[in-house]
Design a protein around this ligand. Structure first.
Ligand code: SAM
Length: 284
């Protein structure tokens, strides 16, 4: 037993690509005495950041009591534990039950955020999930499986907003997803992208619409570790220079010369400031 108690870090390690981990997360893994990593979704390369003397455990076959026992024993010996999770721990990370035990035992802990698979997938699709006049809202949710959804969070109700949707843990229920989204009002031609294992060597994207995506996913045999991204923001044509000419919309005002905000004055304001000798205008 050590006089001084150790500490637990819940570390978000990103979607899989070992270069998509934050500098802080990597340092904490490198310095930890004990690393417990979710080896179903976190690659070996990330566990390999651990120092040569660290004890490293994969947690995919462990139940909560076993994981907590490893962490509590280490902390009681004054050691630092890195509990390494995929993506960002705040998104389906099942950390609340771990934190409850640490609170009960009076153990110090901290959460280090990570790049969620949702944002890695958006990057892979080369999209912006909040395209002006298309969607300014992202709903991250899942379909009901073994975990029941709260009554007000049924996919059909959430999808009624018609915004960008990111569905975790849902790729095995594509027929139901399509049925619910159609019932909520998404058009048959709504773009859908299923992104499998983004950031891993075997990453894969299946693009389609609500008409054909269920069949495409079935044919692909993908049945885990995928995100279902739905909405007009997933339309690759949005990037086309002709899109604005054809649709007359979907541009952000943020970088428009006429749009002013706290850090940037309009061209007119800049000119009158310069005339008044007010010096440089704030940059954006
Ligand atoms: C337990 S949740 C963890 C999510 C994670 N905390 C995050 O922020 O990305 C696991 C689900 O996230 C999604 N997921 C996690 N990593 C992924 C990846 N590299 N590519 C695609 N989907 C992923 C899948 O839907 C998977 O079933």
């Amino acid at each position: 037993m050590s006089d001084q108690q150790g500490k637990v870090y819940f570390v978000g390690s990103g979607p899989g690509d070992p270069e998509l981990i934050t500098v802080k997360a990597r340092r904490i893994i490198e310095e930890a005495d004990v690393v417990v990593y979710a080896d179903s979704l976190v690659p070996q390369e990330i566990a390999d950041f651990a120092g040569p003397d660290a004890a490293v455990y994969g947690s995919k076959d462990m139940a909560l009591p076993q994981i907590m026992e490893i962490m509590l024993t280490a902390v009681a010996q004054g050691k630092t534990v890195a509990r390494v999770q995929s993506g960002d721990p705040a998104v389906y990370g099942a950390i609340i039950e771990q934190m409850r035990v640490l609170e009960r035992e009076g153990v110090d802990y901290e959460i280090i955020p990570g790049v969620s698979a949702a944002f890695a997938a958006a990057a892979l699709l080369k999209t912006e999930l909040t395209v002006p006049e298309v969607s300014q809202t992202i709903i991250m949710t899942r379909t009901e499986g073994r975990v029941a959804m709260p009554p007000k969070e049924q996919l059909r109700d959430l999808a009624a907003h018609g915004c960008s949707l990111v569905l975790f843990l849902s790729v095995t229920r594509m027929t139901k997803v399509v049925r619910e989204l159609r019932a909520a009002g998404y058009e048959r031609e709504t773009p859908v992208a299923v992104v499998y294992r983004v950031g891993w060597p075997e990453e894969q994207v299946i693009r389609g619409t609500l008409t054909d995506i269920a069949a495409k996913v079935r044919d692909s045999k993908i049945n885990r570790q995928a995100l279902v991204m739905v909405g007009e923001a997933m339309n690759p044509d949005l990037r086309s220079p002709e899109y604005v000419e054809e649709h007359g919309s979907a541009v952000s005002h943020l970088y428009s010369e006429d749009y002013t905000h706290l850090f940037r004055l309009s061209r007119e304001q800049q000119e009158s400031r310069a005339l008044a000798g007010a010096g440089d205008s704030p940059a954006d």
